[in-house]
Design a binder for this molecule. Structure first.
Ligand SMILES: Nc1ncnc2c1ncn2[C@@H]1O[C@H](COP(=O)(O)OP(=O)(O)OP(=O)(O)O)[C@@H](O)[C@H]1O
Ligand SMILES: [Mg+2]
Length: 372
């Protein structure tokens, strides 16, 4: 059945006109066509440097695939593949900027997830997890089917921040995510004893992450927020290549030292062609819990200036506020614990903007572009 559906999609795509070449779509550009339970996912190999030109073709192919009887949803991404890109353009492909992933190690196909967004920073402790949890909770509260994945296998934060120590159940050989605050969540922390030190070597980290992506029954999600581990080393680079990210949100505190790391983080995503959705300044200024007096203890505004310098969007700022930490520590993100607060409103504003950008309904056109 599945193969029949894939075949039907392939036949339908033969009739799509490629607006770039003005000829029927070259079926050799189709990579990794996957059809399962009415969900279709495929990649189109295009020359890397012309990815934006191919956005109309991507949309046309997605529409044609969606129109095939039996297809419930279709996701098409653009991918830079040296051989096929050359075939498609008739020109040599640009040299790869990122290290090649070994054969068979390209991005995973996750057809039932609309957009995967990384929340990252170069530096540890700047508030990635707090931001990821609040953004995800705000997205879920706005009606989006939202998942939250803790990619930090060394120091998982989700069990504490979601206030759950439930062990995930399994069904039909698949792991069921924890459901909390309207979110589907997964973290290595749900599977191991909190007190057990986790010592993972590189490949095991990737293995754990891949399991959490591919063996967890996420169901259909509009958006999956990934709380990334700190750093910009090989593990993070591989992760950004293996997970089909639609974009990354960079969290930074205003200090120069954090901004240098944020810049490194941005460069890492650029290397693997993951669009930067924007920068958030966390702990932007201090709000006194007694009198609400505001002081710029870390030199507020650094991330905004940095965003301007890098041509990235400045998404907003969050103060250093006791209530943000206390609610996170108590297991209910502030957007839910204190929905009337200014901070909850700021998270909601940022979440709306990030979701819209990642899901492509507003903001600059962003080709879905992944590196194979
Ligand atoms: N805006 C804020 N106001 C007050 N406390 C905050 C704020 N943001 C984060 N925190 C607190 O700072 C600490 C570090 O935050 P968090 O764990 O989110 O950072 P992280 O970047 O994910 O860290 P790691 O690099 O270890 O994963 C936590 O105790 C959290 O509650
Ligand atoms: Mg964290």
């Amino acid at each position: 059945m599945t193969n029949d559906l894939a075949q039907a999609v392939r036949s339908a795509l033969a009739a799509v006109n490629d607006p770039v070449s003005g000829r029927p779509l070259d079926l050799g550009m189709i990579q990794g066509l996957l059809a399962r339970d009415g969900m279709v996912h495929l990649a189109l190999a295009v020359p890397r440097e012309r990815a934006r030109d191919y956005e109309p073709l991507r949309l046309a192919v997605e529409k044609a695939a969606q129109a095939v009887p039996g297809v419930l949803s279709a996701t098409v991404v653009l991918t830079a593949h040296r051989g096929a890109a050359e075939a498609a353009s008739g020109q040599p492909a640009a040299p790869r900027q990122a290290p090649r992933t070994p054969p068979g190690q390209g991005p995973m196909l996750l057809p039932s997830i609309g957009a995967i967004i990384a929340v990252a920073s170069g530096k540890g402790g700047v508030g990635k997890s707090t931001t990821a949890v609040n953004l995800a909770a705000a997205m879920a509260a706005s009606g989006l089917r939202t998942g939250l994945l803790d990619a930090d296998v060394h120091g998982p934060s989700l069990p504490r921040m979601l206030g759950s120590d439930e062990k995930p159940a399994s069904a039909g050989g698949r792991i069921l995510p924890i459901e909390r605050w309207g979110l589907k969540a997964m973290s290595i922390g749900f599977m191991i004893d909190q007190e057990t030190p986790v010592v993972w070597r590189g490949p095991m980290v990737m293995g754990a992450l891949e399991q959490m992506l591919s063996q967890v029954e996420w169901g259909t999600l509009d958006v999956l927020v990934v709380d990334m581990p700190p750093g910009t080393g090989d593990a993070q680079l591989t992760m950004s290549q293996r997970v089909p990210l639609r974009g990354a949100v960079i969290v930074s505190t205003p200090q120069d030292i954090a901004l240098i790391d944020a810049r490194r983080g941005i460069r890492m995503f650029e290397k693997v062609n993951v669009p930067i959705l924007g920068l958030i300044e966390n702990m932007s200024y201090f709000c006194c819990p007694n009198c609400n007096h505001r002081s710029d203890i870390f030199g507020h505004g650094g991330a905004k200036a940095e965003a301007e310098r890098l041509g990235a969007e400045f998404l907003g700022e969050l103060p250093l506020k006791l209530a943000i930490r206390e609610t996170a520590d108590a297991g209910t993100p502030i957007v839910l614990a204190q929905p009337e607060s200014e901070e909850a409103a700021a998270y909601r504003r940022i979440a709306t903007r990030v979701a819209a950008k990642a899901m492509g309904s507003t903001g600059p056109a962003m080709p879905r572009f992944v590196v194979e």
